[in-house]
Design a protein around this ligand. Structure first.
Ligand code: ADP
Ligand code: BMX
Length: 293
């Protein structure tokens, strides 16, 4: 793994598209726009190109790309939750991005990238059994054992949002019923609010309502944190994780980690790893995208 940070990175999530320029191991410049989630791949590429151009990218520069969804070893990209990016199914993303940006493009799942970023530059430094969970548009994750990310040829390894939750009661856009993502992801929170008659609330607004003392919003947010706490204990039983970093805009929202901590405290101690906020904040996928591949 190349752990020096020199070049450019992109992070395409279900809600935002971020780009950054790195120099001498530092993030020196960043730009961000909303993800056009319903747009065809060509439009997403055009948005990436524009963001990168504004940061001074030139064809052939080093570029690490983190993508929400599954990227397999042949460079095919598919959304696992088809409701997040409806147009992204079996897209030959490696060839397309290499044609557009040059040969020095590498690809990785966004949450796996964030896990690597945190493992090498953030909350997971010097931790041999480390996990990362993002609670964002969806719920994603990465496991890094002795510095090595858990990856698979089909790109699915680490897609922990698609674990079942005992709190799940909805169909997920992945086709699995009752996933953690269908309880705690931002899209799921907005759908649950709409089902309660609060159609105009996205997850950010639900969180603000929770902080303002709204009971329905607090119930949704507490349930999401509970689902994540159960998931953390499950993951710890499999991987004996010592520390988990929490990221994503919901995960990093003020007080959310405390809600997870409160629920995790009801589990036997052996299933309770240390919880930390992602030290790189929302930039973890950008750091990780550039330090792998
Ligand atoms: P992405 O999924 O594109 O990586 P984010 O990590 O920003 O992007 O997650 C997007 C989700 O987080 C959306 O559902 C959005 O409503 C929600 N969100 C954004 N800001 C906040 C906030 N301050 N508090 C709680 N939720 C937020
Ligand atoms: C979903 C899945 C993962 C991703 C995770 C977090 C899709 C489109 N995405 O579980 O690949 O890592 O969300 O992604 O199936 P984000 O969009 O919330 O940042």
């Amino acid at each position: 793994m190349d752990k020096s940070l020199e070049g450019f990175a992109l992070d395409l999530g279900g809600t935002k598209l971020a780009a950054a320029r790195f120099s001498k191991n530092q993030l020196v410049e960043k730009a961000q726009i909303p993800t056009q989630a319903d747009a065809p791949f060509e439009d997403l590429c055009a948005a990436m190109e524009k963001l990168l151009a504004n940061l001074g990218f030139r064809h052939g520069d080093r570029l690490g790309v983190a993508l929400t969804g599954c990227v397999d070893q042949s460079g095919l990209w598919s959304a696992v939750n088809g409701e997040t990016l409806p147009q992204i199914k079996n897209i030959d993303v490696r060839n397309a991005l290499q044609l557009r940006f040059g040969d020095r493009v590498s690809l990785i799942n966004d949450a796996a990238a964030a896990a690597c970023g945190e493992a090498h530059f953030g909350a997971g430094r010097n931790i041999s059994r480390f996990g990362y969970i993002t609670i964002s548009t969806g719920v994603g994750g990465g496991i890094v054992l002795d510095g090595q990310p858990l990856i698979s040829p089909n790109g699915l390894a680490g897609h922990i949002g698609f674990m079942r939750s005992p709190l799940g009661d909805q169909m997920c856009g992945s086709g699995r019923f009752g996933t953690v993502e269908s309880v705690a992801g931002g899209r799921a929170l907005a759908a649950a609010a709409a089902a309660l008659g609060h159609e105009e609330f996205d997850a950010k607004a639900i969180y603000a309502a929770h902080q303002d003392g709204s009971q329905w919003a607090s119930q949704l947010i507490t349930r999401a944190a509970h689902a994540i706490a159960i998931q953390i204990a499950d993951l710890t039983s499999i991987f004996a994780l010592q520390r988990i970093a929490i990221g994503g805009s919901i995960g990093l929202a003020d007080g959310f980690i405390q809600l997870i901590t409160d629920q995790l405290a009801t589990e036997p101690t052996i299933f309770q790893p240390e919880l930390h906020p992602a030290k790189l904040g929302n930039d973890s996928p950008l750091f990780g995208a550039l330090c792998v591949g």
